[in-house]
Design a protein around this ligand. Structure first.
Ligand code: ARG
Length: 460
């Protein structure tokens, strides 16, 4: 062997150029797959044993040696100091150093191509579980703040113009729903990650009588891949995962943007905790929503990773190509970014305070009840389009008078529609406006309390 754990020296007469080695080697990043690759190797050794390809002494030596590597990795700070090409050659090299010839049998019936795809999937399954748990934590924080400010009212916006009042909790639950879909997508992506490529060999399958299904069961895979060419060169699962994470980040960035706007002096709806804000080196008064800006900014990295993987896979001929080694860093960075972003978002939400007076004022100024007046007229038999036109003129009049609609007298309002009666004041109140939105999915307080209960049940 020319290099620690090198797996392919036999055919070569020259050593790899050091620049090529630096270019080619992936150990500096794929060592992250160490534990997963060991797990895959232990299960493969079991498969070899059951197929009669190694003796039980050899199997014990291999599994004992691999287990010892895991122990060593945890206690020896220099354990990973190596010039190995990748994590697979690193582990095999270490094993052979430790147990000798039995270790040289481990690679029977497998290739790094099915091995890496297997290890990557084993590793990613755990990460998907962790990400799902973090999305759930954020959902909890969202439901907590919704319940903590259950009476708060917020102006709802379209085009970032005041539109109609909504319950603050309703706004919260909008994000809850987005995250719920994200969790569904994570679970769905998990299904396609949880298929075992091991036993596909380099590309054509293995010629040894290894019971792939037994190996898969040992590794907790739901099934084995059906086509060896596809199995060693399929990175759909990585693309799907980064795509699901991209949507998580879209949602976090939208939450971040809403909160950045809401905590500005102009809005003043939300006060962020000092613990998630930072100051200015120059302007002593500043308290900047850096955590939120980073959530918004970091979403771009994740989209970029998704795009890298798509571009990396496009047009690749079957089966494995070294291009695919580029999959790791994109997925690793996605995992790291999404996890810290979810944690940061939860902390921001947990520590935010709603300035209820300010949001209530904002929800009552700016003709947010104009639609309510139109609906009032509809209930009196006026066709909606006619009502819309009449209320539009009433709004114009009110703007001129410097008043809100509910500050106009009944007589003033009657000029625009004779159907308007003394009951109009009640109909235009904030409470009535909110209560009216009582269809499923609407912001009436009754519906929102129901939705909060449903959310709690979902989380428990
Ligand atoms: N480090 C490689 C990767 O991540 C492992 C597979 C290498 N296989 C090969 N035939 N060169 O893709």
């Amino acid at each position: 062997m020319t290099k620690s754990g090198q797996l392919w020296g036999g055919r070569f007469t020259e050593k790899p150029h050091e620049t090529f080695a630096e270019f080619n080697d992936s150990f500096r990043f794929d060592r992250r797959l160490f534990a997963a690759d060991v797990r895959g190797s232990v299960a493969h050794a079991g498969g070899l044993l059951r197929a009669g390809l190694i003796s039980s002494e050899e199997s014990d030596a291999i599994i004992g040696g691999l287990t010892q590597l895991v122990t060593d990795s945890a206690i020896d700070p220099k354990f990973f100091e190596s010039t190995a090409e990748d994590v697979h050659s690193f582990i095999e090299g270490k094993l052979i150093d430790a147990i000798g010839d039995a270790g040289r049998k481990l690679h029977t019936g497998r290739s790094r191509n099915d091995q890496v795809a297997t290890a990557f999937r084993i590793w990613l399954r755990d990460e998907i579980d962790e990400i799902d748990a973090l999305v759930r934590e954020l959902q909890l924080a969202i439901v907590d703040i919704a319940e903590g400010f259950s009476d708060a009212v917020l102006p709802g916006y379209t085009h970032l113009q005041r539109a109609q009042p909504v319950m603050f909790a309703h706004w919260c639950l909008a994000y809850f729903e987005m995250l719920k879909r994200d969790r569904e997508r994570l679970a769905d992506a998990f299904e396609r990650v949880n298929i075992m490529p091991l036993g596909s060999g380099a590309l054509a399958g293995t010629g040894f009588p290894i019971d792939r299904e037994a190996v898969a069961a040992e590794l907790g895979f739901a099934s084995v891949s059906a086509n060896s060419l596809d199995a060693v060169s399929d990175r759909d699962f990585a693309i799907e995962f980064t795509s699901v994470c991209s949507l998580v980040m879209v949602h976090l960035s939208r939450l971040a943007e809403d909160l950045i706007i809401y905590c500005s002096t102009e809005f003043g709806f939300i006060t962020l905790s000092d613990a998630v804000s930072s100051g200015s080196s120059l302007m002593p008064q500043k308290k900047n929503p850096d955590a939120l800006e980073l959530l918004r900014g970091k979403s771009g990295r994740v989209f970029g990773n998704n795009m890298s993987l798509l571009a990396m896979m496009k047009g690749l001929p079957l089966a494995y190509n070294k291009d695919m080694q580029e999959d790791k860093e994109a997925v690793f960075d996605t995992v790291d970014t999404v996890k810290i972003s979810l944690r940061a978002a939860a902390i921001v939400v947990e520590n935010a305070v709603v300035n209820e007076e300010r949001t209530r004022d904002a929800a009552t100024i700016g003709y947010l009840n104009a639609t309510e007046l139109a609906d009032y007229l509809v209930k009196k038999g006026v066709p909606f389009r006619t009502a819309h036109e009449a209320v539009g003129r009433a709004v114009l009049f009110a703007i001129d008078e410097g008043k809100e609609l509910n500050e106009l007298s009944v007589n003033e309002l009657k000029q625009f529609a004779a159907e308007i009666g003394d009951d109009v004041a009640d109909a235009l109140s904030l409470d009535a406006t909110l209560a009216a939105k009582s269809a499923i999915g609407g912001t009436s307080p009754v519906r929102v309390i129901e939705a909060l209960k449903t959310a709690r049940t979902y989380l428990s």
